[in-house]
Design a protein around this ligand. Sequence first.
Ligand code: ARG
Length: 470
Amino acid sequence: MKKLWGARFKSELHDVAKEFTYSLGTDYALLDSEMQVNLVHCEMLGKTGIISKSDAQILIQGLKEIWQQLSRSLDNSEKMNQNFLDFEDVHTWIQTALQKKIGPIAEKLHTGRSRNDLVSTSTRMYLRGKVTGLCEAIRRLEQGLVAQAEKNQKVVIPGYTHLQRAQVILLAHHLLAYVEMFERDQVRLFDALKRLNECPLGSGALSGSGLPIDREYVAKALGFSAPTRNSVDAVSDRDFAIEIASDISILFMHLSRFAEDLILWSSQEFGFLTFSDEFSTGSSLMPHKKNPDVLELVRGKTGEAYGNLFSLLTTMKGLPLSYNRDMQEDKRPLFGSIRLAEQVLRVLELTVRTASINSENCAKASRDSFLFATDVLEYLVKRKVSFRKAHDIMGTLVGKALESHKTLSGLSLEVYQKHSSVFERDVFDLFDPEVSVKGKLSIGSTRPEFVQKELARYKKLFRTKGSKRN
Ligand code: ARG
């Protein structure tokens, strides 16, 4: 038996149509989750008396045996290439193997269900495992960032707005900004599991089943919070897949910005960090080059993650309820985005962990006196000069320094005092990166004390179990 349908057809599907419609080449990835679904489904069929207990037992035993056999054949690419042409999809592949193993009793496996509810159930199970894994991978990247932040706690760098030097910040503060983003990404993905975690099995093709199936039992045994409430919705929607692809796209937006910062920092112009040789590449022509290709590919692959999301959204748009075969096209982009995220998170974690911070260069860049113009402005405000006036005074002093090719700290006290009588010699103490960051008072600022507290908070959070995530 090669198809799960066929009695009403006089001829086989044309080879060209087969190649076009068959999906085992992609959906074989559902093997493990589908086998778990099958085992529970058979238990339920036996328990409810829809099939005899002994038939259920034979089905279960047979399933366990073919599970191993099919998993093994996944390693044999030649065999799988043939299988891709021989079986319509993962459901048919399993059903046929079972038939071969245990004979006609296998025909009872599909009792009380359809591939429409089955594929949604297996995909949700698959996603549950994958998303949990992604959340853990995000956590490992965060840990890599926190480790670097901790190792370089005292390092100060210029912070940028519009990619222009703005004010000094702790490098750790900058790295923790990404940890904040990744943490939201992680929680967002984890949260999607709540909405995904209802069990469609038993919704049948679209209207439910006339057999006394026990959906509560199946849902619970498979770890779902409940059976889905509407059979038409259950076989129709892929919002759970779109939500995850969308969460992955947001994650990639952050990963890509992070990669961009690291690429800039590794350039000679910045020189804030050096990647280890293991995560850098050379040039085929220019012998001196050390290129951040890994990071560029993180940025580049973001396009694919966005594309996958749009592919899913576009596939679903305009489909009439309920199931349509178009929906089979959900898997390639969905699985693709997951694989991509797994790959990128891993390589990025290692790239971050093995990079070294060039603290000398960071310190040198942080001595640029204009970075402290805002600190001097606040000095004036603390001495009761209005903010507007203080801004004008500082603007004028900056202009003067630039005109005379001096640094802001290179202007004499007399020049300062000419613009405001509140200036005293202590104003020159402000041109110090350490003084600047220590001078910050507001919650969430780069004040070292606050940054240390954040580091400690994250380290504690990482020690908590995944379930306590939120
Ligand atoms: N392979 C299909 C999918 O992934 C499931 C089979 C449902 N096919 C059908 N003709 N009702 O969506």
